[in-house]
Write a new protein. Structure first.
Length: 211
C-alpha cells in the first residue's frame, strides 16, 4: 500500500478526522486513483475497525470515532467518486421505525455501511412504513435497514415489510433489522432477511447480500 494510503488507513482507525481529510487531500494531489483512496484507505480501515470490534479489541466509542474520521475523509472524496463514476457497493435505505426516536445505533450502522462503500439514504427516526416503501421503490434500493429500541415499536417493522410487499418490491430488496429488544427469531417471524445485533455484523450481512 502506498505510504499516503497507509497513513489514511491509520488515521481512520485512530479516529483522527483532521488527519484523515489531510491524507485524502494529499492522495488526490498526488494523483492516487479515487477508487484506491476509497478501497485501500477508507473501506479497508473500516473493515479493520469491524474486525477489531468482533475480537473485543474495539468497543462502540472506538467505532464511532473511527466512523466519524472516515466520514470526514469521505466528505472530501465524495465529489471525486461521483465525477469518476465509481459505483457504490449498493444502495441502503435506513431508518428508525414509526413511533421510535432512538438513533445512535442506526447512525453508527449508517456510518459503517458508508465506510464499506454503500450509498446511504438515512430517513431518520419515527419513519412511517409507507415512507420506507416509497423510498425503496424510488431509489431502487438494494437493502433496507430498520432499527427499533422500544418493544412497543417492533411491530412497525412488520408493517414496513408489508408496505414494501404492497408496492411489489419485496423480492427486489433485502431487509435487515436491529435494536436492543430484537432477536433472530423475531426477524424471521416478521419476514426480514436478516438480523444484526451490532453495526459490525450489519455491515457483514449487507456485504454478503451484494457480492
Amino acid at each position: 500500500m502506498d505510504s499516503i494510503l497507509t497513513d489514511l488507513f491509520e488515521s481512520v482507525i485512530q479516529g483522527r478526522s483532521d488527519q484523515a481529510t489531510a491524507h485524502v487531500q494529499s492522495a488526490l494531489q498526488q494523483g492516487v486513483p479515487v477508487e484506491e483512496i476509497l478501497q485501500k484507505g477508507l473501506v479497508a480501515a473500516m473493515s479493520e475497525v469491524g474486525d477489531r470490534f468482533e475480537k473485543g479489541e474495539f468497543y462502540v466509542p472506538e467505532m464511532l470515532i473511527a466512523a466519524r474520521a472516515m466520514q470526514a475523509g469521505m466528505g472530501l472524496l465524495r465529489p471525486h467518486l461521483i465525477d469518476s463514476g465509481v459505483e457504490a457497493a449498493g444502495i441502503a435505505v435506513l431508518g428508525t421505525v414509526k413511533g421510535d426516536l432512538h438513533d445512535i445505533g442506526k447512525n453508527l450502522v449508517a456510518m459503517m455501511l458508508e465506510g464499506a462503500g454503500f450509498d446511504i439514504i438515512d430517513l431518520g427516526t419515527d419513519v412511517a412504513p409507507q415512507l420506507f416503501a416509497e423510498t425503496v421503490r424510488e431509489k431502487h434500493a438494494d437493502i433496507v435497514g430498520m432499527s427499533a429500541l422500544l418493544t412497543t415499536t417492533m411491530q412497525s417493522m412488520k408493517m414496513t415489510i408489508e408496505a414494501i410487499e404492497d408496492l411489489g418490491w419485496r423480492d427486489k430488496v433485502k431487509i435487515m433489522v436491529g435494536g436492543a429488544p430484537l432477536t433472530e427469531e423475531f426477524a424471521h417471524e416478521i419476514g426480514a432477511d436478516g438480523y444484526a445485533p451490532d453495526a459490525s455484523r450489519a455491515v457483514a450481512l449487507a456485504k454478503s447480500w451484494v457480492k
